[in-house]
Design a protein around this ligand. Structure first.
Ligand code: SF4
Length: 476
């Protein structure tokens, strides 16, 4: 393959962490061809849009972004425009008909063919669609060593696809059936990452709780125990979990494994049994509450976040009140909540009793307002405590977040084991000066609480024995 000495690329990513991870793999492939990262989209010779089909709004965003690339292509006819991810998988040829300036449409299983397709387009100026689902999407490991240098925290995909067929969801249709990577491949990737400076990994899958079951490989809990042994790694996270598959063996990991962070994202989607049944979620409200109790008795400081859909077809006001009461009862640390939208090929798109847009909007607002009060209360309770932070980089927090904060140095940012974002200065001029650097674990005293983040200041000593279990109890 010809090496390109001066060509540059830009990848635009929409959607979940799985897409972020896939974009990293795309970058590996095209950097191996000689492409370099462009400073801006209009300076690139190759633009890739990695798309998300999970909600109508995300899909609209894809087409509006692609539309904005048309004038760029007119000015630079050599520009190659590629569309990958779930919308590419779902729409295939239709994208080429609708967007004459797009050169390549590649699906969720075609990332490993990316370099070859780009090469063909460069030389033959042919338009290509590759949306075959052959199951080979995750068999290759990304180029861990090259990617690890800039960030201390990385995603590692452990499985692809989904077999659950929730009635609102397109994932099984656009990412294919569930398939798990071999544990040895996963461990090798994580060892390489840890060796090159990565301190935290997040194990990714649509439903990590069912990892390995289909293939008769080790369970997810067993995989976690093996990852916990990797030298140099300090923190482990995972996402996403399906409540129906959350085993006692996995819950025990939260007390047994020193590197497993005290946070779980456990999507519930609704607090109404009637709606859960129509969503095909295969658990009840009572099951979910039981799981939360078991998690909290095993790891009292665990943070729980969740996903919700409001306005699912047939959702009555009583169903919505059940969702609100569940939120009040569980006292979540945070949530992602969305208005239901019909997705092509998802069964719920054919369900009657659609909920009107104003009602969906109003329910969403009530739900978000309810959660905001809870989150603020939880954040306020952390003021005065010490928290262990993995330093991720410079913060984008503004003075408006904390007008009294001195701005002599840019504030740093990182996360607690419970996944709370903490911004802090290095103490320059107003406290102990510490040698802060990306990838370091530091203790921070929390001084202020906001809706989405906390603000703090380093304590005098640095960590001797880093542990993902952190420390909520020791007010300084
Ligand atoms: S578990 Fe349900 S919501 Fe999650 S990816 Fe699978 S089908 Fe979609």
């Amino acid at each position: 393959m010809n090496q390109l000495m001066t060509a540059s690329y830009h990848i635009e990513t929409i959607g979940c962490q799985m897409n972020v991870y896939d974009s990293e793999r795309m970058a590996d492939h095209i950097e191996s061809m000689g492409y370099q990262r462009a400073n801006a989209v209009d300076a690139a010779d190759l633009v890739i849009m990695n798309t998300c089909a999970i909600r109508e709004k995300a899909e609209q965003k894809v087409f509006s972004y692609l539309g904005r690339l048309a004038p760029l292509k007119r000015r630079h006819p050599e520009l190659i425009i590629a569309v990958g991810g779930c919308v590419a998988q779902q729409e295939g040829e239709r994208i080429l008909s609708r967007m004459p300036h797009v050169d390549l449409v590649f699906g969720t299983h075609a990332i490993r063919n990316l370099a070859q397709h780009i090469e063909t387009i460069r030389h033959k100026r042919r338009r290509i669609v590759d949306v075959a689902m052959d199951g080979g999407a995750i068999l290759e490991a990304p180029n861990a060593a090259s990617a690890a240098l800039e960030r201390p925290s990385r995603f590692v995909t452990i499985m692809q696809g989904c077999d659950n067929y929730c009635t609102y969801c397109v994932v099984p249709h656009v990412r294919g059936p569930e398939a798990s990577r071999h544990p040895d491949d996963i461990l090798e990737e994580i060892r390489t990452l840890a060796h090159s400076g990565v301190r935290e990994v997040t194990l990714l899958g649509q439903n990590v709780n069912s990892y390995g079951l289909k293939e008769g490989m080790c369970s997810f809990a067993e995989l976690l125990r093996r990852v916990d042994q990797v030298d140099g790694l300090q923190r482990i996270r995972f996402t996403t979990s399906h409540p129906k598959d959350l085993s006692d063996e996995l819950i025990r990991c939260f007390s047994d494994l020193g590197k497993l962070c005290g946070h779980i994202h456990l999507p519930v989607q609704s607090g109404s049994d009637r709606t859960l049944k129509r969503m095909n979620r295969k658990y009840t409200r009572k099951d979910y509450l039981n799981i939360i109790n078991r998690l909290r008795s095993t790891r009292p400081d665990i943070a729980v976040t969740s996903d919700f859909i409001v306005g699912f077809p047939g959702e009555t006001e009583a169903d919505f009140q059940d969702t609100l009461s569940l939120v009040e009862r569980v006292q979540l640390d945070g949530m992602f909540a969305f208005k239901y939208s019909d997705r092509p090929s998802a069964p719920a798109s054919r369900f009657p009793e659609k909920i009107s847009e104003p009602v969906k909007k109003q329910r969403l607002q009530v739900l978000l307002d309810t959660q905001e009060l809870i989150t603020r209360k939880k954040h306020a309770a952390l003021v005065g405590t010490r928290q262990e932070i993995l330093v991720e980089g410079f913060s984008k927090a503004t003075v408006a977040d904390n007008p009294t904060e001195p701005r002599t140095t840019p504030p740093w940012t990182g996360r607690t084991p419970q996944n709370k974002i903490v911004h802090f200065s290095d103490g320059n001029g107003n406290g102990p000066a510490l040698a802060i650097s990306v990838g370091k674990l530091v203790w921070i005293t929390i001084e202020r609480a906001f809706s989405h983040s906390l603000w703090g200041r380093p304590v005098e000593r640095e960590l001797d024995m880093p542990s993902a279990k952190g420390d909520h109890s020791d007010a300084s």
